[in-house]
Design a protein around this ligand. Sequence first.
Ligand code: MG
Length: 182
Amino acid sequence: MNAKDRARKVKMIIMDVDGTLTDGSILVLPDGEELKSYNVKDGAGILLSHLAGLKTGIITGKTSKSLEKRAEKLKIFEVYQGILDKKKALAEILEKNELNLEDIAYIGDDIGDLEVLRSVGLAGAVADAHPEIKRNSHFVSSKPGGKGAVREFIEFILEAQEKWEAIEENFKKLTKQDDFKV
Ligand SMILES: [Mg+2]
């Protein structure tokens, strides 16, 4: 099955955070709090996928308040922080949402993502991912992590599912600006 056929089956898009939704940089404040910067284009892509009726999720090894805030704003459906065993978190998500592995698209950048990537229906890698991650992915973005790679992955799925008309319709139905805040 090619990547486009795989993309057609996707019901939920799950993302890694560091190096995928960010460029991997972390600002550490004197009190130990960690700050990261996120890309508005990725944020808009996540909101567009919601308008298309898809669900989104995050599985990350680290824990930060900034991610919690970001995920809240973008209404990301499943947020798993501080996860050592990503495969286990994925299994929980599947059970909770009554989904199968082929319903899942996952995008990541490093070795910690490998097991999950190998198991899901559509595996994505950011342009600057570890070579092993790229080798095990059906889709490799042209943009690096934190620079619109997630947006590219989401658009590939939306394109394969021919969702643009539905997105446009649902966008028109939004009543408050709050419903589309990236
Ligand atoms: Mg990562």
